[in-house]
Write a protein that binds this ligand. Structure first.
Ligand SMILES: Nc1ncnc2c1ncn2[C@@H]1O[C@H](COP(=O)(O)OP(=O)(O)O)[C@@H](O)[C@H]1O
Ligand SMILES: [Mg+2]
Length: 276
């Protein structure tokens, strides 16, 4: 493989042509006297896939929870589609690392939940949930309980659950990190396929830089905490549709990886040094 020339391609954060869907403006998040993140500014355009990377404990989940309205900023504002976030948001699909399925409910009952809370009548709920389960490749598994499904299948149910209500924003917190590498690739491709059909604004948190580049339109780096902030943001100009396993072999992918890692590496090292 030829070594390509590494070009500096970083750009300031928040530069978009499209309508902003999520705006994080000068957000500081604190737990008591511990300031986890300080003065974070990020904008995600409608239909844009933003990946955020940073060392463990730097405040990635905290930022995501601020967008979801689960945590309140100490200062600064978060807006979604122009409206300021004041409490738990309805227009959000959330995909977690851990299994968030209710163990006593079947796949279809789990998928239906999002619509139930929105007051969608039962027949319509059933039909839409059936459709979503077949969309994620689980036709025939509607009446299985979570423990009767594989890790990948449970992840598929979670995706259907997160997407069925047509959220304006999809938030993902290391959604695939508990899966083995092959299942992870499958699920990443599956996610891209679903997202490609109906593009939403996505904010995905990951500590996996390869995942961030393979999936994202842009990768933002958070500094080591405390007082973490966005240190740099890199556009990923690799065409879609992408195959996550294939794209890693593309020389442009490797260039990007090298560039972003050059910036991320120092933060990861700092975060290790600060640990006892
Ligand atoms: N509820 C909490 N109370 C106190 N400290 C917290 C709380 N949640 C997170 N933190 C601290 O804030 C920092 C950022 O946490 P988090 O956002 O979970 O990091 P990441 O997701 O990047 O691993 C960590 O140092 C963590 O210990
Ligand atoms: Mg986290």
């Amino acid at each position: 493989m030829a070594l390509a020339v590494v070009k500096p391609i970083s750009v300031p954060t928040g530069k978009h042509n499209k309508r902003p869907m999520v705006s994080i403006d000068a957000v500081t998040m604190a737990f008591g006297s511990y300031v986890a993140v300080q003065d974070v500014n990020l904008t995600v355009a409608d239909g844009e896939f933003l990946a955020i990377v940073g060392p463990t404990g730097c405040g990635k989940s905290t930022v995501l929870n601020a967008i979801a309205g689960l945590l309140r900023p100490a200062s600064g504002t978060v807006t979604i589609d122009g409206a300021s976030v004041k409490g738990v948001q309805n227009d959000i699909g959330y995909l977690f690392q851990q299994d968030a399925l209710l163990p006593w409910k079947t796949s279809i009952e789990n998928v239906e939940l999002g619509l139930l809370f929105k007051g969608v009548p039962s027949a319509e709920r059933r039909e839409r949930s059936m459709n979503w389960l077949s969309k994620v490749g689980l036709k025939g598994f509607e009446h299985r309980y979570p423990h009767q499904l594989s890790g990948g299948q449970r992840k598929r149910v979670q995706m259907a659950q997160a997407l069925i209500a047509g959220p304006k924003v999809i938030l993902m917190d290391e959604p695939f990190s508990a899966l083995d590498i092959h299942t992870r690739h499958l699920m990443q491709n599956e996610l891209l396929r679903l997202w490609q059909e109906e593009r939403r604004a996505v904010v995905m948190i990951t500590h996996d830089l390869e995942e961030a580049i393979a999936l994202g339109d842009r990768v933002a780096i958070l500094a080591a905490g405390p007082r973490s902030r966005v240190i740099e943001s890199f556009p990923v100009e690799l065409e879609r549709p992408r195959d996550v396993a294939e794209i890693k072999l593309d020389p442009r992918f490797m260039d990007l990886y090298r560039n972003i890692w050059a910036s991320l590496r120092g933060e990861v090292e700092k975060s290790y040094e600060r640990r006892d």
